[in-house]
Design a protein around this ligand. Structure first.
Ligand SMILES: Cc1ncc(COP(=O)(O)O)c(C=O)c1O
Length: 434
């Protein structure tokens, strides 16, 4: 029985990519004896979604740069690369990760609003497809490094189009108060003055208006803005040759079937933008990987607490994974469906599902309707493949979890978990010269 794409129930047991999820932790414990939670990703699904995204936008010839910030696990990068995706990096660390996995210069796009000397130097020395510059002064830094390296860097200016996506404030990036990009008029001024930066090919516009968009409206408005800017810049004698529309494609966390209409949007965009002759780039992250991963966790405790008021009693289910592992619920109020791996018989009843971190925000879901659960049972938090492990931390002295992949029915440990001793591994006692 299919639960969601790639997730099935076989003989009553939840399975990912055909592997029963109750087999994962016992296998992992041969290498990590105390593992009680881990991430599991279906690489075949990653590849299938990457291929689907690429083919949806093929009529426009879009260069698709996978946004590494969503999940930079090398095994995932290799699958994205295998179907011809490029890599979009938001930092030097992500640029290096992309290079390590074989993404060549023309397959690396550099992003970020806090450009450093090191990033600019890497881009100029090692080469990138393009750099998205967040503001005009950054161009001087890029120019200096490109000139020193004797190269020409292709640059798109990030424009803040003043588009409100009405999503969570933390993932809305294209409205007036957001920190990203320059005003359209400033971008037009910089493109027209492009001779000031002779080592830059400053002919691109970059827009990324938000994340987890299910309505294509804001993305279409961003594309319209890009077209209008390209037309206006051409009128001013500075034609644009590169349009980067960023990411933002949302996924169905609720399970209600509310999918981003990818193919329909792609077809509309291709029709609308036919007249604009440019190289197109997109930077999807979440859409490619969110649904391909789960956070698997054991139930540590089930606590029932009598209510402070008469009659009330609450069931708390304490998982071995917490907000330091998956911070999205605490940070964004995000909801990940919680599904027992091998559900026990019995009526569903509400449960507050929490982690073991010493914070009241360490709650995955309040009033989740779940069947009976006991210590040692397993649950899967669905759609945890994006902005999950990459945002995890050692808060509360907790080691980050292992990451396991599934492909063709085989399990691999792709990143080791940290045990309690590893958490203290960076502590030193070294004098600093002043
Ligand atoms: C510039 C840029 N591009 C691409 C992405 C990927 O976005 P998403 O995962 O929503 O597709 C982000 C994420 O915030 C971003 O900031």
């Amino acid at each position: 029985m299919k639960v969601v794409e790639g997730i099935t129930r076989e003989g009553g047991v939840l399975a990912l990519g055909g592997v029963a999820l109750d087999r994962v932790l016992p296998a992992l414990r041969r290498l990590e004896p105390s593992a009680a939670a881990c991430w599991v990703y279906d690489l075949d699904q990653v590849e299938a979604r990457a291929a689907r995204f690429k083919s949806a936008f093929a009529p426009l010839g879009v260069h698709v740069g996978y946004a590494l910030k969503a999940n930079a696990l090398p095994a995932i990068l290799r699958r994205a690369r295998a179907v011809g995706l490029a890599a979009e990096a938001g930092s030097l660390g992500e640029l290096i990760a992309a290079r390590r996995e074989g993404f060549g210069a023309q397959e690396r796009i550099l992003n970020g609003n806090g450009r450093t000397q090191d990033e600019a130097e890497f881009a100029a020395r090692e080469g990138v497809h393009s750099v998205n510059a967040d503001h005009v002064e950054e161009l001087d830094l890029l120019q200096a490094h490109a000139a020193r390296a004797g190269t020409v860097l292709r640059v798109a200016l990030r424009v803040n189009p003043g588009i409100d996506t009405h999503g969570h404030a933390y993932v809305a990036t294209g409205h007036d108060a957001a920190k990203f990009g320059v005003a359209p008029a400033e971008a037009l001024g910089a493109w027209a003055a492009r001779d000031r930066w002779p080592s830059l090919r400053l002919d691109g516009v970059h827009l990324h208006v938000g994340s987890q968009l299910l309505d294509p409206g804001p993305l279409e408005r961003a594309a319209d803005t890009a077209r209008e800017l390209a037309e206006e810049s051409a009128r001013r004698g500075a034609p644009l040759g590169l349009v980067n529309l960023g990411g933002g494609f949302g996924v169905d966390y609720s399970g209600s079937g509310a999918e981003f209409p990818l193919e329909a949007y792609a077809a509309r965009l291709a029709r609308k933008m036919e007249a604009l002759k440019a190289e197109w780039v997109m930077e999807p992250g979440r859409w490619l990987v969110a649904s391909t991963g789960v956070l698997l966790a054991e139930v540590l405790w089930v606590k029932r607490r009598g209510g402070a008021t008469a009659g009330g009693s609450r069931r708390f289910v304490v998982l071995a994974a917490g907000m330091n592992d998956l911070i999205r619920p605490a940070l964004y109020g995000a909801r990940h469906r919680i599904v027992p791996v091998r559900p026990r018989a019995g009526a569903g009843e509400p449960a507050t599902v929490v982690g073991p971190v010493c914070e009241s925000a360490d709650v995955f879901e309040r009033e989740a309707l779940l069947p009976p659960l006991e210590r040692g049972d397993l649950v899967a938090l669905l759609d945890a493949g994006a902005y999950g492990a990459v945002m995890s931390s050692n808060y509360n002295g907790r080691g980050r979890l292992a990451e396991v992949t599934v492909s063709g029915g085989r399990l691999m440990r792709a990143r080791a978990g940290e045990d309690a001793a590893a958490v203290g591994a960076r502590e030193v006692d070294e004098a600093l010269e002043i």
